[in-house]
Design a protein around this ligand. Structure first.
Ligand SMILES: Cc1ncc(COP(=O)(O)O)c(C=O)c1O
Length: 346
């Protein structure tokens, strides 16, 4: 697999040598006892970055979402989110299994919805209905093609939830991509949200880790769930040192990923057999194949045979993600392979 150009996901990044070396100097201790200075430093830094009182280090973004849902809700409650979001599609039914909640999906445009849709989705007070307890947004919207929420829109959504006394959670797996793209600081994006997290194992290039932030009370309750489900660690400084390294060295360069994704999308858009390419704002390119083209999973196999990994997300939909470990030469290989398999199609 070492010679593959891996566009499947930005989770495929491998830690650079410099990132690995940052671990050697890390001062570590027992995280469960609040004795790991490197992990404490990361949590403080992310809390400040997101404008929150406190933060907790977790092994994955999925655990951030699932713990946040558990803290914000009670069994039988309902959670509003966009239909294509990670929480619904890729967390193995966690909201039902872990929190006993119902999801109320609403249809956005490229993963983005508006305040009116939230207002319409909120349940009236009734003994027959679930209570709407939480609204979740995903910034950037992964299945929306890495779309960045407009600031005004995300503020209106948060305000509509607040007006109705409903909690708010931001899945910020790729929030730093939105920050780099928009120039809007992370704390402004996170402002109206009771909880928010960022992932280190995606575009930021670390092998493991995400940090969930919120009020002191929210994080105290999140810690209890972390402990309960076995997410607490010991000398996690060996992981968080790499996350700190990522914050110092891998944020600004996300702009390179965005440029590469745009150039790939421009090239794909004019190929035969392509029905549509979602607008590219950050590091994700999602395109749909016309009926004349091979099915998505077949084309993914053909590309893989040429040494290029991509993902089929639907019968005719393919996703390509740029990151630290793919460059212009990899993009050329991707486009050449696509052209080869699509040539001659109308
Ligand atoms: C939008 C979004 N949220 C959450 C996650 C889960 O993150 P993790 O892989 O760290 O569990 C992902 C992972 O791809 C994601 O794209």
């Amino acid at each position: 697999m070492t010679d593959m150009h891996d566009f499947y996901s930005d989770t495929k990044t491998k830690p650079t040598m410099a990132m690995r070396e940052s671990v050697l100097q890390a001062v570590v201790g027992d995280e469960q006892k609040d004795e790991d200075p490197t992990t404490l430093a990361l949590c403080e830094r992310v809390a400040a970055l997101l404008g929150k009182e406190a933060a907790v280090f977790l092994p994955s973004g999925t655990m951030c979402n699932e713990i946040a849902l558990r803290v914000h809700t009670r069994p039988g409650d309902e959670v509003i989110c966009e239909r294509s979001c990670h929480i619904i599609g890729f967390e193995t039914g966690g909201p039902a299994a872990i929190s006993g909640v119902m999801m109320h999906p609403i249809d956005g445009v490229n993963g983005i919805f508006d305040a009116d849709q939230v207002v319409r989705a909120i349940r009236p007070s009734s003994r027959y209905m679930p209570e709407t307890r939480l609204v979740c947004v995903e910034q950037t919207a992964n299945m929306g093609g890495g779309a960045v929420w407009p600031l005004e829109k995300i503020r209106q959504v948060a305000a509509a939830a607040k007006d109705a006394g409903i909690a708010t959670h931001m899945d910020g797996a790729r929030l730093m991509n939105a920050v780099v793209k928009s120039g809007v600081p992370a704390k402004e994006w996170a402002e109206g949200f009771d909880s928010c997290w960022i992932d280190f194992s995606k575009g930021l290039g670390a092998p493991v880790g995400a940090v969930l932030a919120g009020s002191v009370d929210f994080i105290a309750r999140a810690w209890r769930i972390k402990q309960q489900i076995g997410g607490s660690m010991r000398q996690s400084g060996v992981l968080t040192a790499m996350c700190l390294y990522a914050l110092d060295h891998h944020v600004e360069r996300l702009a390179d990923d965005h440029r590469l994704a745009t150039s790939i999308a421009d090239r794909i858009a004019v190929m035969p057999g392509i029905e549509a390419v979602k607008p590219v704002e950050t590091n994700i390119v999602i395109f749909d194949l016309s009926p004349a083209a091979p099915a998505a999973d077949r084309l993914v196999d053909l590309l893989a045979a040429d040494g290029v990994l991509t993902g089929a997300f639907g019968e005719r939909r393919i996703r390509v993600v740029t990151h630290l470990d793919v460059d212009a030469a990899a993009a050329d290989a991707l486009c050449a392979s696509l052209e080869k398999h699509l040539c001659g199609l109308g």
